[in-house]
Design a protein around this ligand. Structure first.
Ligand SMILES: Cc1ncc(C[n+]2csc(CCOP(=O)(O)OP(=O)(O)O)c2C)c(N)n1
Ligand SMILES: [Mg+2]
Length: 280
């Protein structure tokens, strides 16, 4: 299903957040903050932006999505389940031995996952190779990537930034989940690449800046691709880590969450109220 209806997309994003809670409930813990930060973007990718088919996940001319920041994997699983790539009952196996949805995405375990990620700093490089090959094969399909902002500390990203510009990969779209936090603190203290847009712009990318939890802004960024013929596309998505659970928003401690019974109940209650409000 593809839709441009903003409210419909917002509901799908909240239902995907509900899937994240289901996985954490089953496993006992998970990367809540990172998943909630980017889940609006992932929802828009699958339900608005990308040409993918849950019934034919390997179709040759599909758009490709690489979740370079693999620790956000629950966001992708949640949306894939909502989109019908797999049965929702599988969400209850998250993180368990032999589950198709391990802590970090594994392309050999689940249809719809295009690469193994989790070791930060590799997705953009893979994406460059795929985008270049697709151009050379004359395919119209595009390659979408999400990295974290802390992830930009990996130097490999900057080789990829140069390569993408050199080869004029205007079929490559990078979303930087710009939430200002990484695993152990604020990106500005740990390793800063501000302003992110200027750094990529310096390599020759065409850039846009949006509020990355605002569905309307995400959709209009998608619709504007390619931003300029012959240039790779960067969207600096200003997000809130943990967006969608009041206690987690902008809190580094919720990077990895092992919820108490009370906190899980609160997160579920807040989400149910949001979904009910949107569905009114
Ligand atoms: C190569 C590598 N180094 C370190 C880690 C450990 N690690 C996991 S998440 C994370 C922080 C990532 O921060 P950011 O990219 O901002 O993502 P966010 O937590 O905001 O989702 C780190 C350092 C890793 N997964 N891979
Ligand atoms: Mg971050």
């Amino acid at each position: 299903m593809r839709t441009g209806d903003i409210k419909e997309l917002e509901i799908l994003a909240q239902k995907s957040r509900r899937n994240v809670l289901r996985m954490i409930r089953a496993n006992g813990s998970g990367h809540l903050g990172p998943a909630y930060s980017c889940i609006d973007i992932v929802t828009a990718l699958y339900f608005h932006g990308m040409d993918v088919d849950p019934k034919n996940p390997e179709k040759a001319d599909r758009d490709i999505f690489l979740l370079s920041a693999g620790h956000k994997g629950m966001a992708q699983y949640a949306v894939l389940a909502e989109a019908g790539f797999f049965d929702k009952s599988i969400l209850d196996t998250f993180g368990q031995f032999k589950s198709p949805i391990p802590g970090h995405p594994d392309m050999h375990k689940l249809a719809g996952i295009e690469a193994n990620t989790g070791s930060l700093g590799h997705g953009l490089n893979l994406a460059c190779g795929i985008a270049l090959a697709r151009k050379q094969d004359g395919l119209k399909s595009r390659v979408f990537v999400i990295t974290g902002d802390g992830e930009l500390a990996e130097g490999s990203n900057w080789e990829a930034a140069a390569i993408a510009a050199h080869y004029g990969l205007d079929n490559l779209v990078l979303f930087v989940d710009h939430n200002g936090l990484q695993i152990s603190g604020q990106t500005k203290d740990v390793m800063s690449f501000e302003p992110v847009a200027d750094h990529f712009g310096g390599f020759g990318w065409k850039t846009k800046e949006i509020v990355g939890n605002d569905m309307k802004e995400i959709v209009s960024a998608f619709d504007a691709v390619p931003f300029e013929k012959g240039k790779p596309n960067l969207v600096v998505a200003n997000t809130v880590k943990g967006k969608g659970f009041s206690k987690a928003e902008n809190q580094v401690d919720y990077h990895y969450w092992k919820p108490s019974t009370e906190d899980m109940a609160l997160a579920e209650k807040e989400l149910a109220a949001k979904i009910a409000e949107l569905e009114k």
